[in-house]
Write a protein that binds this ligand. Sequence first.
Ligand SMILES: [Zn+2]
Length: 117
Amino acid sequence: MDERELANHVLEIVDQTAYRMSARRILAVHLAVGGRRVFNLERLRVTFRKCALGTVAEGAALFVKVLPVRHHCQGCGNNFEASSSEHPCPECGHPHTEMIGGEELRLLEMEVDDDAA
Ligand SMILES: [Zn+2]
């Protein structure tokens, strides 16, 4: 998923949520993204701004929180969180750990302009 797909996907969620909330204008969108997704944040912001033109999220600020990736150690079975994809096990030092998830995409919060409602 590249920045454009990601931006479109986010806008879809925002649009549906805004509809449910009967919101006409969104001021800010807070997003949580799994640490395994690789994207350029600045490019995502620019793309989001372009794609949002003419929608409820036009001019909305985009905040992205990158979630830590969970790892599973094949050596000792330990589960832990790490920010990077390659991370040795903190328990036994096993160099090969398996990533679990890390591809989440969640809408945490939306700031709605009440005056426009
Ligand atoms: Zn281990």
